[in-house]
Design a binder for this molecule. Structure first.
Ligand code: ADE
Length: 378
């Protein structure tokens, strides 16, 4: 809530303390806070692969990969992806299995499916040239305010804000805002307010400065390194001693728990996998056959026969858990040595050598416990 009454400014947000944006407007030794952040960034930025080339396509690839994924994890994926798909055109023409294979392990596979849809849109609507206005970029499939802001600012110097979770935390702390950062209205307000103060010629370094501050200094979970922070002198949360209380973040819905039984069917060296449906969770990826519920060993045997795979020997593989954004799989596994495979192919089971699976078939990390067991190296 806005609780300060300042005559020269109207705060129209119920939740975001936009008077706090004044902390960005203070003049400190003749420098504005935005300038201080830009200077700090130039001096302290990490040398990251996607910072060496600000081509819009490359910025796009990195920013999509960096959503929900750590910098260190993204590095090798970024290099491999650009080697395989150096331009929008190659991405637009990519085969789906190859695309998913390159994304294997990053998760949130819709990100890369949407990238391909957007690449096809760019081929048709912009003759393969990445568009260069915020509105056009924002209209592409899978590109929201954050990514459109990041591409606009990093590649073209357009003064748009790029507000992700890190930036929400940094700005909430600097301004002392107790607005709930899970609320769209608060995010929008922060974007609007930032866009008023982005230095016109330094949109890229200002936005990246806020991102970098969130990544290496203004850390979450009560661990900010305020002594290293260039914003310490104008940070409201620090001044008021409320740094551990900010950002305010309401809890999302609890994740649904789903029990599943996973089968590693083996015929000699070959393993059974199947393709998941084209829609929904992990769409189009390959998986070990699995069913809802936890089966006991005798039920697993009955099930194997029912699907046409005659069990010769069954072994328990133990339990594994995978956490998605809205659901958790609690898995129990069996290795089943089988013969009589006649019906199996008809039912969509493919028996493939582990080396071949490794090379060609994208299997999501939800099954990592079982792929490791089966000797599939990622
Ligand atoms: N997280 C999101 N975008 C980033 C970027 N460009 N550099 C480092 N971390 C990021």
């Amino acid at each position: 809530m806005c609780n300060k009454k300042l005559p020269d400014r109207v705060c129209d947000s119920e939740e975001f303390n936009c008077f706090g944006m004044l902390s960005f407007e203070k003049n400190l030794d003749g420098k504005k806070p935005a300038e201080i952040i830009v200077e700090w960034y130039r001096e302290h930025k990490r040398d990251l692969p996607w910072r060496r080339n600000s081509d819009a396509y490359r910025v796009w690839v990195s920013e999509i990969m960096l959503q929900q994924t750590r910098v260190e994890t993204v590095k090798p994926y970024y290099e491999r992806f650009l080697k395989e798909f150096p331009t929008v055109k190659e991405l637009a023409q990519a085969q789906e299995d190859k695309l998913l294979k390159l994304w294997e392990g990053l998760g949130y596979y819709n990100r890369v499916r949407n990238m391909q849809k957007a690449a096809r849109q760019i081929m048709i609507d912009y003759q393969g040239e990445f568009p260069d206005t915020y509105e056009e970029i924002r209209s592409l499939k899978g590109i929201g305010n954050y990514t459109a802001g990041a591409i606009s600012a990093f590649a073209y110097g357009i003064p748009k804000a790029a507000v992700d979770g890190n930036v929400l935390r940094v700005v909430s702390r600097i301004t002392g805002s107790r607005g709930d950062i899970m609320k769209q209205s608060v995010r929008r307000k922060i974007e609007e307010e930032l866009e008023k103060i982005i230095p016109r010629d330094e949109a890229s370094d200002f936005n990246q400065g806020l991102i970098e501050l969130g990544a290496i200094v203004c850390l979450p979970n009560g661990e900010p390194k305020c002594r290293e922070c260039p914003a310490a002198s104008f940070c409201e949360a620090r001044k008021q001693g409320i740094i551990t209380e900010i950002p305010v973040k309401s809890k999302g819905k609890a994740r649904k728990i789903e029990d599943r039984t996973v089968f590693v069917f083996k015929d000699g060296k070959k393993l059974a996998i199947r393709k998941r449906p084209g829609r929904g969770l992990l769409a189009g990826l390959y998986e070990f056959p699995n069913e809802k519920g936890h089966m006991e060993i005798d039920e697993a045997s009955v099930y194997s026969k029912k699907i046409g795979l005659m069990p010769v020997r069954i072994k328990e593989l133990g339990h594994a858990k995978h956490v998605f954004s809205h659901i958790e799989w609690h898995m129990r596994g069996y290795e089943v040595i089988v013969d009589e495979l006649e019906q199996a192919n008809e039912r969509g089971y493919l028996f493939i050598l582990p080396e071949e699976i490794e090379q060609e078939y994208p299997i999501p990390s939800a099954f990592e416990y079982f792929t490791r067991y089966a000797g599939i190296v990622k």
